[in-house]
Design a protein around this ligand. Sequence first.
Ligand code: NAD
Length: 282
Amino acid sequence: MATLLDGKAVSASIQEEIRQTVARHFLPDNAPRLCVILVGENPASASYVKTKCRMAEKLGFRHEVYHFDEDVTQAEVEARIDACNADPMCDAVFVQLPLPRHLDAVALPNRVRADKDADGLTRAAMGALLLGESNAFQPCTPRGILRLLDAYQIELSGLDAVVIGRSNIVGKPVSLMLQRRNATVTMCHTRTRDLGSHVCRADVVVVAAGVPGLVKGEWIKPGAVVVDCGFTKIDGQIYGDVEFDAASARASYITPVPGGVGPMTVITLMEQTLQSALKRCG
Ligand code: NAD
């Protein structure tokens, strides 16, 4: 049976470190401040924002949610992002995705100033990742995944890694990060022929497709490390992209869903907000 990669437990230990840093460096009225742009009533987005705000409170951060109606214009959202960019007491700004179709979901997150981009999704952050510049903000989910693997001292050098999904927020950046750790990375996607033939050779599998049960347990190479980013809610039940029971019978390590990648994403956003706030304090 595989060992669980327990994102909740790893997040809890990082939370403790963050709380101590906040207590050492900030008074309540100048604590790290996170500004969130939320548009419309998408229940998943509302719930992600709630989780992030709850965590911010728990850590002693300040936070502000700018919640716009579904029919807000691009210019109105841009003006709010510009105001946050200009506000010296705003340490981090992020735009909760997805956005309604009439808004530009690439331009808006990119409008966030690079030094406030705690979500790590602007061109500057992505470019820095591609060039291997280590002190920039990084996309939270991939960075959180690497942090989780590090917490279990999983050495990646020389391993064969398969990443399923090529999104900007998970698949592409996590592939780069694994490659930087000297894994040999194969990226799979909707046009990949015979997904199972790739997965069954992998020492590390990272799945971010959003297709429940896509990765069959029998594909998993004995002893492989399995990271499941999938998060699909059906009738109130949450499903990952991997057949959990069958996969954990073969894997050495596996993330639970929920409780694996999700908590690592949230805590990474908090860490990067803190990083920005510490720069403000000099
Ligand atoms: P996306 O929808 O932007 O991209 C999905 C990717 O998966 C695409 O590149 C596509 O090529 C690939 N894909 C889809 N179906 C496939 C198939 N049948 N075979 C092979 N490849 C396939 O996805 P995303 O934004 O990266 O999110 C993916 C999943 O991860 C979703 O369930 C999302 O909710 C979850 N997610 C979780 C967190 C977290 O913090 N827990 C963060 C980000 C995303």
